[in-house]
Ligand binder design. Structure first.
Ligand code: HEC
Ligand code: HEC
Ligand code: HEC
Ligand code: HEC
Ligand code: HEC
Length: 260
């Protein structure tokens, strides 16, 4: 019995060591995407129709917007796609109160609207637009990757209290789902951990189910790092907006436990 336990701990230690040096190996094998400066991470230029219509591309910064609104508001209620240039956004629509121009957004009351002299606040073609706002976020809890801001802690500690809905209130009677351990099929890799509670602070069930993940544990097929790095599964968010894939231990903690 004692011997077995000893073997178990040796195995665990081996796993931990593997994960500690893996990033280097993995970088060669999986080609992690390059890192962006923290004040550009999550910034995008929307240019589906802009330049074709003679105006500059629209700069959009996630770190400025997510302080005030959760992902759910834009990516569920307002139906923005989680892929740049995939949504048909038009200026006529904006002016009629859709997309950017929705009530409580850029409607000319809650925030600047769709009239001169404001056009260039959006149509400026500058991927770094928003840096002044980033400079004001010094007191936010920090991490090492992405925006270098720990957004989970920021919301938990009440540093920010983003609005979670405009008109479509999320249900409050959803059963609490225990954190799920996603075990890799090969190697002695510590499982990745997925917490519904932490994601529900930002997202709607519809953001993930049924399109990205099956709603039954252990049924999502071909769920592996190579696919995640190609913008599938966790990679839909954790490459461009949520903390990036370089942060191995945040998903594969050394001693994954189903807690809380
Ligand atoms: C104020 C609205 C707003 C909020 C809040 C918001 N987004 Fe976005 N997001 C957008 C828009 C607009 C686009 C571009 C859509 C398009 O061009 O079709 C976008 C694009 C994206 C993309 C694609 C990025 C790329 O490089 O292709 C991802 C991923 C994404 N959002 C995830 C999130 C996550 C995760 C959150 C919450 C932490 C979030 N968004 C919060 C408006 C928002
Ligand atoms: C709050 C941000 C915002 C403001 C302010 C804004 N726009 Fe836009 N506009 C957009 C977005 C987003 C698109 C979609 C861009 C794309 O897909 O390339 C767009 C699209 C356009 C297009 C492309 C063709 C069309 O009709 O949809 C034109 C032209 C345009 N805007 C002109 C203007 C002008 C002129 C102003 C000022 C009077 C203005 N916009 C203000 C966000 C904004
Ligand atoms: C956003 C969360 C997340 C991050 C960050 C992350 N992983 Fe993973 N990883 C996963 C998930 C989910 C799986 C698949 C688990 C399964 O098979 O069910 C996985 C699987 C793996 C596997 C098993 C083999 C495979 O390809 O599926 C290895 C090895 C691995 N990760 C290493 C790493 C390393 C090294 C890093 C940092 C460079 C990292 N992971 C970062 C979520 C993540
Ligand atoms: C950020 C993505 C994401 C969001 C948002 C999300 N889920 Fe999930 N859900 C997952 C993943 C990943 C799994 C595991 C899938 C697998 O193992 O194949 C899962 C599994 C489940 C399961 C099965 C759990 C089990 O133990 O068998 C249920 C039930 C579920 N989700 C319900 C919900 C509900 C209800 C909501 C909204 C409150 C929600 N999910 C929001 C990603 C998400
Ligand atoms: C639809 C977008 C989306 C998907 C898909 C998604 N996440 Fe997340 N995740 C987020 C956001 C937003 C946060 C908040 C932190 C941030 O933005 O950096 C987060 C936070 C986390 C955290 C940190 C929790 C904490 O307390 O620090 C972990 C771990 C995590 N995600 C793992 C995963 C894994 C594993 C998967 C795939 C099974 C996954 N996520 C899929 C958006 C997503």
């Amino acid at each position: 019995m004692i011997l077995r336990r000893k073997i178990l701990w040796t195995v665990i230690a081996a796993i931990v060591c593997t994960l500690a040096f893996l990033p280097g190996v993995v970088r060669a094998q999986w080609a992690l995407p390059g890192t962006l400066p923290p004040d550009e991470f999550g910034n995008i230029l929307i240019n589906r129709s802009s330049e074709l219509s003679g105006v500059k591309p629209v700069a959009f910064s996630h770190y400025t917007h997510r302080q005030k609104f959760t992902c759910r508001v834009c990516h569920f209620e307002l139906e923005f796609d989680m892929q740049v240039n995939a949504t048909t956004i038009t200026e006529a629509g904006n002016k009629q109160g859709r997309h950017c121009g929705s009530a409580q957004c850029h409607d000319g009351k809650a925030a600047f609207g769709h009239a001169e002299p404001h056009c260039a606040k959006c149509h400026n073609g500058d991927i770094g637009y928003g840096k002044d706002a980033y400079g004001k976020m010094k007191k936010f809890p920090r991490t090492k990757y992405g925006n270098e801001i720990d957004w989970s802690r920021a919301i938990e500690k009440g540093v920010i209290t983003p609005v979670n809905y405009l008109t479509l209130k999320p249900p409050t009677d959803v059963a609490v789902i225990k954190p799920i351990l996603l075990e890799a099929e090969w190697n002695m890799i510590p499982a990745a951990i997925f917490s519904h509670k932490k994601h529900a602070a930002w997202l709607d069930c519809n953001n993930c189910h049924p399109d990205i993940f099956n709603i039954k544990k252990k049924t999502t097929k071909h769920f592996a790092m190579a696919r995640i790095l190609k913008r599938e599964f966790c990679g839909i968010c954790h490459l461009t907006v949520a903390f990036p894939m370089n942060d191995c231990k945040r998903c594969h903690p050394d001693h994954p436990k189903v807690q809380e």
